[in-house]
Design a protein around this ligand. Structure first.
Ligand SMILES: [Zn+2]
Length: 484
């Protein structure tokens, strides 16, 4: 089977040259520079890339069994020592009981950010008693490092993406959960009894739950790296679920059991302005999975999901979830992947779960290369950090990195982007997205002519100052002023 890659495969050298080229272009422009071009030419052979190969496990290094925290740590350390050019291991913090929250970066540039290359992530085991995702992520790491030189698709993905993998966000919960337990809450929570997927700040409701170390570590992590795309792995259902998880009308529904009962009354989808993209991302996972897109119910009493996807709130609303936080606060497109009907199935089934999920796990990450990517510069060609960006009509924004980079996953069509930065005149630029390759967009901002010293800025430059005030509102959430 042949897969047509949705992306342009820019080599590392080309990506490094890109900002320089763009800044040269920018320096010759007046007002705004719209430079969109194919990042590189794509040959027919590159477009017709074979599917990732099936992974033959190397039992000597990673067997299909559950790995406790010591074994998991040993595997990650051994892998990073054995593949120093493809991996980097770091910890984002510790659990309440002192277990490290390990993250493995897998990339051809594991230690340094290459300009123009998106960062993506997977988070496993946020619920301690749902460890299939934890094991899948270990096998994904193993697959990436062992097939980089033999699998063309994996080589392209690792050459153009920095993949951060947190196999377990809740190691303390895992430590008290039991293999073979398909339902129930034993091990779901952290060591203080908090559900970590109800522990994030919420866009719709005040979340009064005390912040936990595991949640704080993840919040800190995603504030430092601008992740473009993310998947959070769970168990207990078979579905890809997308934001929002919460809704302004969630009061009626306080637990998943209640919500299931009152679903037809309480729920309704709670859709984001990026609903088309979220549905697409969910379908990429479901359709590449061995059976998720069939939408068969796990049990007769549980819902069946058309095409194996659902809006989170339409299934059951929840407050304090991780995916809404990723999206609303940082513009990161995170979805929730429920990959096993049984939360903690027996180990002998793990190989089958890997076979079912391998292709989905890999192809989902490649979606970070769909849409628009680019840079925001000043007239001298210097990058503008923390410029606020919004795709018009999609009122959840995001910001440029310190290199002035931005990314946004978008489906083919015509769009306008709005760019704001302190001290610069806001700009609006039109661009086109096509299926075959990402659109490269270079935006140059001019200093605001009307900015006076701070004491008189509010009267002389209402547009900029109002925007800045509004952007600072609501706990640092990226909010944009309405422009039309
Ligand atoms: Zn879960």
């Amino acid at each position: 089977m042949i897969w047509r890659t949705p992306t342009t495969m820019a080599s590392r050298g080309q990506l490094l040259v890109l900002p320089l080229l763009l800044s040269l272009l920018a320096s010759h422009s007046s007002l705004i520079q719209l430079s969109w071009a194919k990042t590189v030419s794509v040959s027919d052979t590159e477009q017709l890339m074979p599917e990732p190969r099936a992974y033959s496990p190397d039992a000597q290094h990673l067997d299909f069994v559950y790995h406790d925290h010591e074994e998991l740590t040993r595997f990650l350390r051994a892998t990073s020592a054995r593949y120093p050019n493809l991996t980097a291991l770091y910890s984002i913090g510790k659990s309440i009981q002192g277990r490290d929250l390990w993250v493995m970066v897998v990339s051809s540039s594991p230690y340094e950010h290459l300009v123009g290359k998106p960062d993506v992530k997977y988070v496993g085991n946020i619920h301690g008693n749902e460890p299939v995702g934890r094991e899948m992520l270990l096998h994904l790491i193993q697959y990436f490092v062992t097939s980089y030189n033999t699998d063309q698709y994996v080589k392209w993905l690792l050459d153009n993406t920095r993949i951060h993998i947190l196999p377990t966000m809740n190691p303390d919960g895992y430590a008290v959960s039991k293999e073979g337990t398909c339902d129930g809450g034993q091990g779901r929570y952290n060591a203080r009894g908090f559900d970590l997927n109800r522990n994030f700040p919420d866009y719709f409701k005040q979340n009064n739950k005390r912040g936990q170390p595991e949640t704080d570590a993840v919040k800190d992590w995603i504030s430092k790296i601008q992740f473009v795309l993310s998947g959070s792995l769970h168990g207990g259902a078979l579905v890809a679920s997308y934001p929002y998880d919460n809704t302004p009308n969630s009061r009626i529904c306080r637990s998943s059991a209640l919500c299931a009962m009152f679903q037809t009354y309480s729920a309704g989808p709670s859709l984001t302005p990026d609903d088309d993209v979220f549905k697409h991302l969910s379908l990429v996972y479901a359709r590449n999975h061995a059976k998720m897109s069939r939408g068969v119910a796990c049990k007769s009493a549980t819902p069946a999901f058309e095409n194996g996807i659902t809006n989170g709130a339409a299934w059951y609303p929840l407050t304090g979830g991780m995916q809404d936080y990723n999206y609303v606060w940082y513009g990161c497109m995170e979805i929730t992947l429920e990959i096993s009907c049984c939360k903690f199935p027996p180990a002998y089934e793990l190989k089958k779960y890997w076979e079912d999920n391998q292709l989905s796990l890999i192809k989902f990450l490649a979606e970070a290369h769909r849409g628009v990517q680019g840079f925001v510069f000043d007239p001298a060609g210097m990058p503008i950090e923390r410029a606020s960006i919004k795709i018009k009509g999609r009122d959840v924004g995001f910001q440029t990195t310190k290199y002035g980079e931005f990314w946004r996953i978008l489906l083919p069509g015509y769009y306008k982007v709005e760019v704001f930065a302190e001290g610069y005149a806001p700009r609006e630029v039109e661009f086109v997205i096509v299926e075959q390759h990402p659109t490269l967009l270079n935006v140059t901002l001019q200093p605001s002519k009307y900015l006076l010293p701070a004491s008189s800025a509010s009267s002389s430059s209402p547009v900029v100052s109002q925007q800045q005030q509004q952007q600072r509102q609501v706990n640092g959430k990226l909010q944009f002023p309405p422009t039309d």
